[in-house]
Design a protein around this ligand. Structure first.
Ligand code: PMP
Length: 401
């Protein structure tokens, strides 16, 4: 008898489990709209041309070795990542008051930032939007923070509950940490307007609430890297402090390379370097030092102006295809005369549409139409194509009528 016979079978991850179920389905018309990974019009995963080119250059460089990186990763990668999110002309970077460490994609960056806060910040409570990416509460709880939520989404308008958000942040204890999605909020696809961001900023600064930005979709929402970074840059322009977790999973298609960065914007260069020394103490016992390959690809692309331009074009093409799928799905439902207001499909931003379909309707669509998505009714627009949109529209129509 095993000494582990008491171990119970854990449930599948609510998001990754959708793909597990999809893979088991033999139907030729099955559609996976669960996981947030980009697919081409042909439904295939995409490796960007500029990524292939960078990999070829790395392969040809015989001077490259496989030694350990420093604890904080590749110096060039870190500098370029900070410039990408904060802006090339950011005073905070010029004044050396930003420290950036390479981490294991967005997830790892969030975890390292949160563990630092649990050790060194006086407030241990982090407010996360309701709803949010399902991994957020687990990451922050395991890092040693206590998690509370602030109102974010209004199901009746399928838009932002701005009043509720202001009330909840307004009554949070001074100094609390606030998790903000930089753009393309997951799962709702609902972002504050720039005017609303400005109000959020003023409220947070007046109460000394500490912003922790999660930037998993820069460039993927609007097609413009600068536009998608505006929320973060507003909070840096006021000279206040903030944390930013960046992921290159979506915007460079480097999902499995696990490449990301954590930046801490500080008031002074001196504080920044002391924080960096402490981030090393968080990282060393967690994974010692980060992997080379993905970050080398990113650094190669970011530091060459031609490759950078090529990347922005490929990135915009991905964003545009997603935006066009929104339009096509909206039109297909209108053509069918599907009851209800579906304008949120074209109003929402980024990879996901929060359809408003309930778990019963989702179950029906999976059972009758072999369409897979999370039970909260979130669909990945990136998993849809002109060829599959009518199948989805048929399923939604049948589910609500
Ligand atoms: N934050 C949000 C909001 C996300 O949607 C994701 C990816 N699903 C991540 C962070 C992190 O992803 P990764 O660790 O793959 O970069």
């Amino acid at each position: 008898d095993s000494i582990f016979s008491h171990v119970v079978l854990a449930p599948e991850d609510p998001i990754l489990g959708v793909t597990v179920a999809y893979n088991k389905d033999p139907s030729p018309v099955k559609l996976n709209l669960g996981v947030g990974a980009y697919r081409t019009e042909e439904g295939k995963p995409l490796v960007l041309n500029v990524v292939r080119k960078a990999e070829q250059m790395l392969l040809n460089d015989r001077a490259r070795v496989k030694e350990y990186l420093p604890i904080v990763g590749i110096a060039d990668f870190n500098k370029l990542s900070a410039k990408l999110i904060l802006g090339a002309d950011s005073p905070a970077i010029q004044e050396n008051r930003v420290t950036t460490v390479q981490c294991l994609s967005g997830t790892g960056s969030l975890r390292v930032g949160a563990e630092f806060m649990a050790r060194h910040y006086h407030q241990k409570t982090i407010y996360i939007p309701q709803p949010t990416w399902g991994n957020h509460p687990k990451i922050f709880t395991l890092a040693g923070l206590s998690v509370k939520t602030y109102r974010y989404y209004d199901p009746t308008t399928r838009g932002l509950n701005f009043q509720g958000l202001l009330e909840d942040l307004g009554s949070a204890p001074s100094g609390s940490i606030v998790l903000l999605h930089a753009c393309a909020h997951n799962p709702t696809g609902v972002d504050p307007t720039l005017q609303q961001w400005e109000q959020i900023r003023q409220l947070m600064r007046s109460k000394a609430l500490l912003p922790f930005f999660d930037s998993a979709y820069q460039g993927f929402a609007s097609g413009s890297l600068d536009q998608d970074a505006q929320s973060v840059r507003m909070f840096v322009a006021d000279s206040g402090e903030c944390f930013v977790a960046q992921s290159y999973a979506k915007n460079m298609g480097l999902y499995g390379e696990r490449v990301g960065a954590l930046s801490v914007v500080c008031k002074t260069a001196d504080v920044a370097s002391r924080i960096e020394s402490q981030l090393k103490l968080v990282i060393r016992p967690m994974f010692s030092n980060p992997p080379i390959h993905g970050a080398s690809i990113v650094a190669t692309i970011l530091k060459d102006s031609n490759m950078f331009r090529e990347w922005t074009i490929e990135l915009k093409a991905m964003a545009d295809r997603i935006i066009s799928m929104r339009k096509q799905l909206f039109d297909a439902l209108r053509t069918r005369g599907t009851p209800g207001d579906w304008s949120h499909i074209i109003k929402q931003i980024g990879m996901f549409t929060f359809t408003g379909l309930n778990s019963k309707q989702v179950e029906f669509m999976t059972r009758e139409y072999n369409i897979y998505m999370t039970s909260d009714g979130r669909i990945s627009m990136a998993g849809l194509s002109s060829k599959t949109v009518s199948h989805l529209a048929d399923a939604i129509h049948a589910a609500v009528t």
